[in-house]
Design a binder for this molecule. Structure first.
Ligand code: TTP
Ligand code: MG
Length: 397
């Protein structure tokens, strides 16, 4: 595909881009991206709040166990005195001082801080707490969007007049969450979701960061590109090789080269670096997928054992699905071999269902290819997705 058609395709795909002009010649393609002032100015400028709970799982554990106070706490797999094989879900700020982070092997966490308190993951409890927090938040906004287990966006434009009022509201939200749940959160306030989210992460824990539209560029410029949504480690490395470390570097980079290098995401990167994000705060299905993973005590090629484990994981997933009165269409398995090579394989059923046996049967079917080889498996997982609410479901048992 040549540069011109690539860029045209990109424009077609990114429907929310504010693109007034698109110019292209044989040798250069560039997008002139300007905010459509007419349209934006006609309406009131948006004020968006993003709330993210501080070290959520461990904060809930600390609340349940006052004796943990002041100690490093890690929630995740059993460390088994350094021989454990799962990962850290999260840890409190005291444990972060030792270098522990979400996602690192639990064995490494143990090496970094054997004296920390290690707690298993209690999803059911965290979900209940999360549901209560979301109920508190929802009432503050006309438009509310739960973004994950411990974060949400609120569009408060229609209820407030300016950023002073937004600041007062943010403080009130913090106060109410603390009073009712004894938990702390960090809040970001900004002209769109992107800025609000980056702002909530800016001063953690117990932070409140307000970025008005006129201060967006100044706020973003010194931050590392990794702070932008969708910039993962790989993109970060690629940008680094291009000499782009900060969001300011990215903002001043030629968008044509970004598009050429990253395709559709190049435009997105350019827009994000300029703090542009038109996406709406919208209520949507609260969960996109429900999953459970398990790392085996020892790598194994024992088919029966693996399938029995998957049945148990299916059972746990099903419990969550039933609790939330959901019906699903897609079932996916995850397999990680001993060399960490990881595969996911999914199947969309021709019907929607909420039955355990549909999960178990599909999982067993999907696993067949992976069990034929003698390769040892380290981790397996089950995920269901493509939900419809149980209430809307007509074709159930
Ligand atoms: P985060 O909000 O990313 O992390 P956090 O709330 O623990 O810490 P912070 O104060 O920096 O916001 O994630 C919310 C919860 O999601 C977290 O408490 C545990 C869970 N989680 C995982 O299980 N695995 C992960 O890799 C991450 C990042 C989070
Ligand atoms: Mg959090």
């Amino acid at each position: 595909m040549n540069r011109e058609s690539l860029a045209k395709l990109n424009i077609g795909l990114i429907t929310h881009v504010y693109c007034d002009k698109f110019k292209s010649t044989k040798t250069s393609v560039y997008l002139e991206i300007t905010v459509r002032k007419r349209k934006v100015m006609r309406g009131k400028k948006r004020i968006i709040i993003h709330i993210d709970m501080d070290h959520f799982f461990t904060a809930v554990e600390e609340r349940q166990h006052p004796e943990f106070k002041g100690k490093p706490v890690v929630v995740g797999a059993d460390p088994k005195e350094g021989k454990g094989r799962g990962v850290v879900s999260t840890c409190n700020y005291k444990a972060r001082k030792f270098g522990i982070r979400s996602g690192i092997p639990i064995s490494r966490a143990w090496k970094l801080c054997p004296e920390a308190i290690y707690q298993p993951v209690d999803y059911e409890l965290y979900r209940k707490v999360s549901d209560r927090i979301m109920r508190i938040l929802r009432k503050y906004a006309e438009k509310f969007e739960r973004w994950g287990i411990d974060e949400a966006f609120l569009d408060i434009t229609s209820r407030l007049n300016d950023y002073n009022e937004a600041e007062a509201l943010a403080r009130q939200i913090k106060k109410e969450i603390f009073k009712k749940e004894e938990l702390m959160c960090s809040i970001g306030v900004g002209p769109n979701k992107l800025i609000a989210k980056i702002a909530s992460d800016f001063q953690k824990p117990d932070g409140l960061t307000i970025v008005e539209e006129k201060g967006v560029q100044r706020f973003l410029a010194p931050l590392p590109v990794r702070r932008l949504l969708w910039v993962g480690r790989k993109t970060e490395q690629k940008l680094k090789k291009m000499g782009i470390k900060t969001i300011g570097d990215l903002a001043s980079y030629d968008p044509a080269v970004l598009t050429e290098t990253f395709g559709v995401m190049g435009i997105q990167l350019h827009l994000m670096a300029h703090g542009i994000d038109r996406s709406e705060v919208e209520e949507r299905r609260e969960v996109k997928s429900i999953s459970r993973d398990l790392t085996f005590e020892e790598d194994t090629a024992d088919s029966e054992f693996i399938l029995n484990t998957l049945d148990k994981l299916s059972n746990e997933v099903h419990k969550d699905v039933a609790d939330q009165k959901l019906c699903f269409k897609t079932v996916t398995v995850k397999v990680r071999y001993e060399n960490f090579e990881t595969h996911t394989h999914g199947k969309t059923l021709p019907f929607t269902t909420n039955r355990l046996r549909d999960i178990q049967k599909t999982v067993r079917e999907l696993m067949q290819d992976y069990l034929r080889s003698e390769r040892k498996i380290r981790l397996v997982g089950v995920r269901v997705s493509k939900f419809v609410s149980g209430k809307k479901q007509k074709t159930l048992i």
